[in-house]
Design a protein around this ligand. Structure first.
Ligand SMILES: *Cc1c(COP(=O)(O)O)cnc(C)c1O
Length: 395
């Protein structure tokens, strides 16, 4: 059955393409831009988003894992697909079969891939991998002291070829921390080049780096070894700037160059009012009765709850837009439903569109606003929108 519950997310093709072009341009002609579409394109819908960008010149995508990569391969036959989380047992075959490009940093990754490649008769240097270096984030990537043994394995005869050396900056807003990671990266790159490996790309920098253009050092390093820079942009493709996710007043956040301000949020989240009721002053609403009407109050019911990804932390503090006005959340967000106060909104009626994220009239509410209200980041807000909310591609 096609979705009939009146809650959906509209994904704007034009806005996505606008952001994609802006970021590619901002990264510079020399750089290769990887469009990060992991986690269902940050909740926007993997296949439709990737297809739209592919039609507009995207050559590289990055996803979380091999499983997501296989899904993407079905709609993007030509593009390169990077899997960011290494290789787990049972995935090496799919990497080879679908021409995927895994990140690797552990000897287990090499073993899984090499075994599968040899079984299939792949010759030396035919399976591209991106070698990740842990330069200070301490999450994944080979630690510098383990680099040489790994390189020894990748020597003569391995079916694997290090196409890129990659790393990830943990605090792109903190110049000193990033400079420290850059020094580690440069040392690792030198070691790799000395071992005889000639990577085509140095892959470093996410949305924050591209928007604030603070890591030109990667470009310089790439030039020095005859490679090109690769950047991996995710959040900004969807119209948000990671800086906006900071706690207001956090020192050290440089303002963006003009680019961040030109990003356009791609996703609009909507539902239709499914019920209306008036309650007397003193009447309570929702679980725990945490909302008490201070006057005769008109409540609108929305088919949107925390199971749809509307955070329960928005209870009594978020708002939605109805008829171009703000309707505050009244009471607790429940699993499948939420009430909003429409007392001030003349003419609010069953069937009206309510905007949970997006614009209506002169008002707007963004994933960044909701993130601020709930103590999280726009990334989480967007990824939280549940699969049961239909994604609809609009122009
Ligand atoms: C998610 C991710 C990115 C993209 O980060 P954004 O801040 O969304 O641009 C880049 N590189 C790696 C390794 C990631 O995991």
């Amino acid at each position: 059955m096609t979705p009939t519950r009146p809650i959906w997310a509209e994904i704007s093709r034009q806005k996505l393409i606008h952001n994609f072009r802006l970021l590619r341009q901002s990264a510079g002609a020399e750089a290769e831009t990887v469009a990060v579409v992991k986690a269902n394109a940050y909740g926007h819908g993997l296949e439709a988003c990737a297809r739209a960008m592919a039609e507009n010149g995207a050559r590289w995508f990055a996803v979380t894992c091999v499983e997501e990569a296989v899904t993407l391969r079905a709609v993007c036959a030509e593009q390169r697909i990077l899997a960011l989380s290494g290789v787990w047992p049972g995935e090496a075959e799919a990497v080879l079969e679908h021409g995927l490009t895994p990140s690797v940093w552990d000897v287990r990754h090499l073993e899984l891939l090499e075994d599968a490649a040899r079984q299939r008769g792949f010759s030396a240097g035919t399976v591209a991998v991106h070698l990740e270096i842990d330069t200070g984030m301490s999450r994944q990537g080979v630690q510098p002291e383990n680099l040489e043994p790994l390189l020894a394995r990748l020597g003569e005869g391995s079916p694997l070829r290090v196409e890129a050396v990659m790393t990830h900056f943990h605090s792109p807003d903190d110049g000193e921390a990033t400079a420290g990671q850059m020094r580690q990266f440069a040392t690792a790159v030198d070691t790799i080049v000395r071992s005889g490996i000639r990577p085509e790309f140095l892959s470093a920098g996410s949305s924050a780096d591209v928007l604030s253009q603070t890591t030109g050092a990667v470009t310089d390093l790439a030039r020095r070894i005859g490679a090109r820079r690769m950047v991996r942009t995710g959040l900004s493709l969807y119209g948000y700037s990671p800086q906006r996710a900071s706690t207001p007043g956090t020192p050290g956040y440089p303002p963006h160059s003009g680019i961040g301000a030109e990003l356009d949020p791609v996703l609009a989240w909507k539902a239709r009012i499914s019920g209306l009721r008036e309650i007397e002053a003193g009447t309570r609403a929702g679980y725990g009765g945490t909302f008490t009407a201070r006057r005769r109050t008109r409540l609108a019911l929305l088919p949107a709850g925390y199971a749809d990804g509307l955070s329960r932390l928005l209870s009594n503090q978020g708002w939605v837009l109805v008829r171009g006005q703000r309707a505050p959340v009244a009471g607790r967000v429940s699993m499948d439903q939420t009430m909003v106060d429409v007392t001030e909104i003349a003419g609010a009626a069953v069937g009206d569109e309510a905007v949970l994220i997006g614009e209506q009239g002169a008002e707007r509410v963004t994933a960044a606003d909701l993130a601020e209200l709930t103590g999280t980041i726009p990334y989480e807000m967007l990824c939280a929108i549940a699969p049961r909310v239909a994604r609809v591609m609009v122009e």
